[in-house]
Design a protein around this ligand. Structure first.
Ligand SMILES: Cc1cc2nc3c(=O)[nH]c(=O)nc-3n(C[C@H](O)[C@H](O)[C@H](O)COP(=O)(O)OP(=O)(O)OC[C@H]3O[C@@H](n4cnc5c(N)ncnc54)[C@H](O)[C@@H]3O)c2cc1C
Length: 428
């Protein structure tokens, strides 16, 4: 922890979740003095998103994390080389093989063994972040403390914490999640939609695992994703109406395994050894305005998406990379203009990712048969059209322009030499 005179910082980050921790580390690596505020004391209970959920990280996100030194050798990462997408009781099937798209995946993976992305467990990635935060001389952590208010002025922002501490900063970053107090206090408009669904998350052992293969199956109730983990296990994301998930959370393990086999089909044999289950409400939240004066929102505080396309954290990491590009040269100059430029640069990617995810979420779980039929037709069209498939793959890689420097592979040659051990690679 670095001592900073009179609690004056370059940047204060409110929220130490996966996105807040990433932005704090990225800015501190560039030599800025950072304060990070987080109410949850992780020695006593895990941070809200440091749980067993499996995160699929695309190529751009892997670059950001690698450039932040957040992919140590002992972090288990399972590459995804095949993706099967299909519908229960319906037509439409799509098989994506990374080898057929090696040119799009580009320099980032070995061209003879390319992958679409890598799967990590949020808890394990979160632990890497906590380890780096604890040892970073440029970051002072205020935990367990919460931001309760702030006042944005012409030269700095005054920030108040719940124990009466006050901080002064040139920029305040709101990474405080979907309920963002900062967004509420600014009164920024937000487009909110509740899908009236929940995601139940657990992991299981498969009898006949297919290595490095992810599955997304659209059922009449909602999507079901099986994401490959180490040792033949799969992370399951099971989406259904809220009441159905509440009931499923109470099932015995035996009933759950039977229902999973029924919903998924026989492809992986049977399932066994389920982990405990957790569940999450599903919402879409889009903030068209994420900047006000010297205050900026990132991650779920700005935009939250349905997990159907595994994009939420990937989108948040692209926010982090874009914000670092915008802020670092500008901190001594016109911060408010730099933040507005950031907002403009990120708007297209945010809008497109939210629209794409929302369309998928609604098309395949819609109560009206014809809408689901359109979903099936969409899958069939993608299967029949290489051009459509390639567009899908390109978008999923996370390289929509403008691509921020942290999202590119090793922008910094010094780091390049230091980090050969931390490069994205296959770990199973
Ligand atoms: C089931 C499921 C599966 C998912 N799978 C994927 C996937 O495969 N790929 C992907 O990219 N994304 C995925 N996501 C999305 C991803 O988990 C989120 O996008 C990501 O965790 C958001 O991180 P965040 O840091 O923005 O928000 P959060 O994790 O919500 O962190 C916000 C932090 O702010 C803190 N905070 C709150 N109020 C205050 C305050 N007043 N002062 C200070 N701090 C405060 C909180 O304690 C918390 O630690 C999934 C989500 C779910 C639910």
């Amino acid at each position: 922890m670095s001592a900073v005179a009179n609690n004056v910082f370059d940047v204060v980050v409110s929220g130490g979740g996966l996105v807040g921790a990433s932005v704090a580390l990225g800015l501190a690596d560039r030599g800025l003095n950072i304060a990070l505020i987080e109410p949850t004391e992780h020695h006593h209970q895990p941070l809200p998103s440091h749980d067993e959920r499996t995160l699929v990280l695309n190529a751009a996100s892997l670059n950001v994390l690698d450039n932040l030194d957040l992919l140590p050798d002992d972090l288990i990462r399972v590459p995804v080389r095949h993706i099967h997408i299909n519908r229960q009781h319906g037509f439409g099937h799509l098989h994506l093989n990374a080898l057929e798209h090696a040119d799009l995946i580009g320099e980032d993976t070995d061209p003879t063994r390319p992958y679409f992305g890598q799967v990590v467990v949020a808890r394990a990635l979160g632990q890497c972040m906590l380890d780096r935060l604890a040892n970073h001389p440029g970051i002072q952590i205020f935990c367990p403390q919460a931001l309760v208010g702030f006042k944005d002025g012409p030269t700095h922002v005054d920030v108040s914490l719940d124990d009466g501490t006050t901080l002064s900063t040139r920029v305040l970053v709101g990474a405080d999640g979907t309920q963002s107090l900062i967004r509420q206090q600014l009164g920024l408009p937000v487009d909110h939609h509740d899908y009236s669904q929940r995601a139940m998350v657990f992991n299981v052992a498969a009898q006949k695992p297919m290595p490095e293969t992810a599955f997304e199956r659209f059922t009449a109730h909602g999507p079901l994703a099986l994401l490959p983990q180490a040792q033949g296990r799969y992370g399951v994301v099971w989406i259904d109406e809220t009441q159905a998930i509440d009931e499923a959370l109470e099932w015995s393990d035996e009933t759950l395994m039977g229902a999973l086999s029924e919903r998924f089909g026989p492809r992986l044999g049977g399932f066994s050894k389920p982990s405990p289950r957790a569940s999450y409400p599903l919402i879409k939240q889009h903030s068209p305005q994420v900047v006000s004066g010297r205050v900026v929102l990132v991650g779920n505080a700005a935009n939250a998406v349905h997990p159907v396309s595994a994009q939420g954290f990937n989108l948040g990491l692209r926010d982090v990379a874009g914000l670092i590009d915008a802020l670092c040269p500008a901190l001594e100059e016109d911060v408010a203009q730099a933040l507005l430029a950031y907002q403009r640069a990120r708007a297209d990617d945010q809008r497109a990712t939210i629209r794409y995810t929302d369309t998928l979420a609604r098309a395949f779980a819609h109560p009206m048969g014809w809408v689901r039929l359109m979903g099936g037709l969409g899958l069939a069209a993608h299967a029949a059209s290489p051009a459509l498939t390639r567009r899908l793959v390109r978008a999923a890689m996370g390289f929509r322009e403008p691509v921020a420097s942290l999202a590119k592979k090793h922008p910094n040659p010094t780091r390049n030499q230091q980090s050969t051990q931390g490069q994205p690679h296959d770990r199973v």
